[in-house]
Design a protein around this ligand. Structure first.
Ligand code: ACO
Length: 435
């Protein structure tokens, strides 16, 4: 055997086991041979919240959280944000290489041709209450697209998979815009395929019948950059959900809806909305030290800070900070940025945050910039979901075509009763206080 092996001694039995190391890791199933009795199930690893478990091999996104590196298909996020359009990056993530000029033109036309949603989907959206959260509407309507495209069930056909992926990418902004307009009772605006992906989104959001919405090219470009930054982030909570649900061979609309539901939580994509609420609660720069003390006492969390993977400055937060300056040149400075900068300044000097390696994440500045661009806070997570569809679909495709993948099914460490026998109703003792 080569040196790429791990020797494990089980001190319960004195037995020694050799476990191969591949790419620096061991396979959890190799531990199953570690047993005290021959009829035992064998040893597992216990890893709540997947702190140290790789569930797939992936060639899409690379993160080095200790030094703050993010790359899509090998390209640094900084270069892609500076030089590419969002749809160019979408092609890169979904196909593996940057598109040529002609490939990109065809891709843009194809995506924009699929922007419209079926009229029945519009009616479906109308059924929501006037104050329905746009993210919940987006999740539900995406799931409902499964009824419009029943052929999506055939996930074994690569051509079919690709067609549904383009539809999903193209229709998300339309559903998002309609969800937003629903709250105001505004008529839905049909997509304009002559516009760019992001300019068309803003047109569907904000156009009134007359005058038409005129997009500012700087704002459209900043939105494009923000979409690039949010397009993928390897095995985060929502992407892991996409793979998990997709592994049962559910169709991509249902899998994306499940992934979007995972994204909606305040510890994940919902954090950008939570940051804005927090900044408003703090109010002024002068109140920042008192808020930091509350965080340190464990009374509140500093939303937009900390990350499971980044133990350094999130590279996306750095780009967003730069983009915020570009937006503020047009819209004027938002007072929240001053509070945010002060929070960051104080937190990055404080032992509580330094010791725990808590830095601003992508959500810390994104809410401020989105609001300055004119987006309402309840749309922020939707703005995250639109580009993240690209990552979900790229990861889904990788999972479907990975021969090693099967239906995802974790194990558990059972902590409940041993066998016990049925108790007739009259003999049962109350376990709750009904008073
Ligand atoms: N504010 C205050 N303390 C924090 C924060 C925070 N935002 N984040 C982590 N900590 C503390 C924890 O209390 C813990 O302290 P302890 O060791 O004294 O118990 C320590 O830092 C480690 O934190 P964990 O909770 O173990 O880190 P985990 O990797 O499980 O959580 C998470 C990561 C969920 C992102 C967390 O940092 C958090 O809740 N942040 C705020 C919400 C947020 O911004 N989410 C967006 C993440 S980015 C994204 O999903 C797109």
């Amino acid at each position: 055997m080569s040196d790429n092996r791990l020797t494990i001694t089980d001190h319960r039995t004195g037995a020694q086991y050799e476990v191969p190391i591949v790419d620096g890791n061991i396979r959890a199933t190799d531990l199953r041979k570690i047993k005290v009795q021959p009829d035992e199930f064998g040893m597992m690893t216990y890893d709540p919240a997947y702190l140290n478990t790789a569930s797939c091999r992936s060639a899409i996104t690379f993160i080095d959280g200790d030094i703050g590196i993010l790359r899509y298909r090998g390209y640094p996020i900084e270069e892609l944000a500076e030089k590419c359009s969002f749809l160019e990056v979408a092609w890169l993530l979904m196909r593996g290489e940057l598109p040529t000029k002609i490939e990109l033109e065809c891709w843009e036309q194809r995506v924009m041709r699929h922007c419209m949603i079926h009229e029945t989907s519009k009616k479906f959206l109308e059924g929501f209450r006037y104050n329905a959260h746009p993210m919940t509407m987006l999740i539900s309507t995406t799931a409902a697209l499964s009824t419009v495209y029943p052929e999506a069930k055939d996930i074994h056909d690569p051509v079919n998979r690709e067609r549904q992926s383009v539809r999903l990418l193209a229709k998300m902004p339309t559903i998002a815009a309609y969800s937003y307009r629903h709250a105001f009772g505004l008529p839905y605006i049909y997509p304009d395929k002559t516009k760019s992906f992001t300019a068309n989104f803003m047109h569907m959001l904000w156009s009134m019948v007359e005058p038409k919405f005129i997009d500012d090219p700087t704002i459209a470009r900043v939105l494009d950059i923000l979409f690039i930054l949010h397009a993928d982030h390897e095995q985060n909570c929502s992407t892991a959900t996409m793979r998990q649900v997709g592994s049962s061979q559910a169709d991509p609309y249902l899998s994306v809806a499940a992934a979007a539901a995972a994204l909606s939580g305040p510890l994940h994509g919902g954090a950008n909305e939570a940051v804005l609420i927090m900044l408003d609660e703090i109010g002024t720069k002068a109140n920042v030290p008192a808020y930091i003390e509350k965080v340190k006492k464990g009374e509140v969390k500093l939303m937009g800070f900390g990350h499971r993977v980044y133990k350094n400055y999130d590279p996306r937060a750095r780009i967003i900070k730069w983009a915020a300056d570009e937006v503020f040149k047009i819209t004027g400075v938002n007072h929240r940025i001053e509070v945010a900068l002060e929070l960051e300044r104080i937190a990055l000097q404080d032992e509580y945050f330094v010791g725990r390696k808590l830095y601003p994440n992508v959500d810390f500045y994104s809410g401020i910039i989105y609001q300055a661009m004119g987006f309402r806070p309840d749309l922020f997570t939707v703005l995250f979901a639109i580009p993240r569809v690209v990552g979900w679909l790229a990861q889904w495709e990788e999972m479907i075509t990975d021969k090693e993948q099967k239906i995802a099914r974790p194990r558990q460490v059972y902590t409940g009763y041993d066998e016990r026998h049925f108790i007739p109703m009259e003999d049962r003792k109350p376990t709750t206080d009904l008073g």
